[in-house]
Ligand binder design. Structure first.
Ligand code: NDP
Length: 302
């Protein structure tokens, strides 16, 4: 039997995707609306190719349209901006995803700035970041949104939900740490944001009832950093060597948290893989559906 403390992000994401597929079918039947995502890939970075392919597959499995644009690695910024403008104006495209990283001749910030904020399903545009921090209705970055869903699922039945809980976010990137902190503030948590200059990270962490780790350092968060009964969300995806006699080149994925050490102290913890990773794609689907409904002024049924 699986340990009930382990948060099964994969199962949660599968349920979410099934619900989204039902909503997409209803939207098509009642409003003739099929949400569409345009994914733009510049160059042929193998990891990016895998991401774009799996996102497209997930879109189609949920009954949505997926449009893929593959541009050569030598594409210049003006050509990419041109494509973004065309997609901004295309009524069949409700979400635009420009896969990062981009080749060095293209400024990521210029491309993100060019997106129509209403179609920015990654939630990276400054308008969406601003809306998140000022309490407006924008697009929320997928990974932090997935973390929040799992936290609410675990803590929603607690008296007051997440309100008043002490939370720490390890990492302050624009795509994970900062929006995660904003979401937790929105839930009325008391939030500490830690980073590479934080003094005595272990002590800061130990005080927290919610720990979200997004530093990109394999198993950096040790078991004794986790306060008794804390809920631990591990965003990190790190590939480390795990050689065997038969396979000296073997690798495996680990998170930012030393899982085996943290498990006995935590009241709940996400594994890596199978925790936040699957939630990120499911939330991309959710954001595309939300974007389509908002653009057409349709209210979604549950
Ligand atoms: P970034 O590298 O952009 O940011 C890392 C953050 O961690 C920075 O704020 C940095 O601090 C902080 N940090 C680094 N080292 C330390 C340290 N020793 N002590 C304290 N803080 C530290 O990473 P991302 O936010 O993009 O990603 C974080 C992790 O999450 C990665 O493993 C990534 O692969 C994973 N990820 C997973 C996703 C998923 O779907 N599950 C999606 C996105 C990311 P400073 O600002 O001071 O430099």
């Amino acid at each position: 039997m699986t340990n009930p403390k382990i948060i099964d992000g994969k199962a949660f994401a599968e349920n979410l995707r099934a619900r989204l597929a039902r909503q997409v079918a209803a939207l098509r039947a009642e409003h003739g609306l099929v949400p569409g995502l345009a994914a733009v890939l510049v160059g042929n970075d193998p990891a990016s190719e895998v991401y774009v392919r799996s996102k497209a597959r997930a879109m189609r499995a949920a009954g949505m349209n997926s449009f893929e644009y593959r541009l050569a690695a030598r594409t210049d910024e003006a050509a990419l901006l041109d494509l973004v403008q065309r997609l901004n104006g295309d009524p069949a495209v409700h979400g635009i995803l420009v896969q990062l990283p981009l080749p060095k001749q293209i400024r990521e910030a210029a491309v993100i700035d060019a997106l129509d904020p209403a179609k920015d399903v990654d939630g990276f545009h400054v308008v969406n970041a601003g809306r998140l921090s000022t309490g407006g209705q924008g697009m929320i970055p997928c990974t932090p949104l997935g973390c929040l869903m799992l936290l609410k699922d675990r803590l929603g039945d607690r008296d007051g939900g997440l309100a008043g809980m002490r939370a720490i976010v390890l990492g302050r990137s624009n795509i994970v740490g900062k929006p995660m902190a904003q979401l937790l503030i929105r839930e009325s948590c008391t939030v500490t944001v830690a980073h590479s200059k934080t003094r005595d990270l272990a002590a800061e962490c130990r005080r927290a009832e919610i720990v979200v780790a997004a530093v990109g350092k394999p198993e950096m968060v040790k078991g004794d950093w986790i306060g008794e009964g804390a809920v631990v969300i591990d965003v990190g995806i790190n590939r480390i060597p795990a050689p065997t006699a038969e396979n000296p080149g073997r690798t495996r994925l680990v998170g930012d948290v030393a899982f085996a050490e943290a498990l006995p102290r935590a009241s709940a913890i996400t594994p890596v893989p199978g925790g936040i990773g699957p939630m990120t794609i499911a939330c991309l689907l959710a954001n595309t559906l939300t974007a389509a409904c908002r653009q057409r002024g349709v209210t979604l049924r549950d």
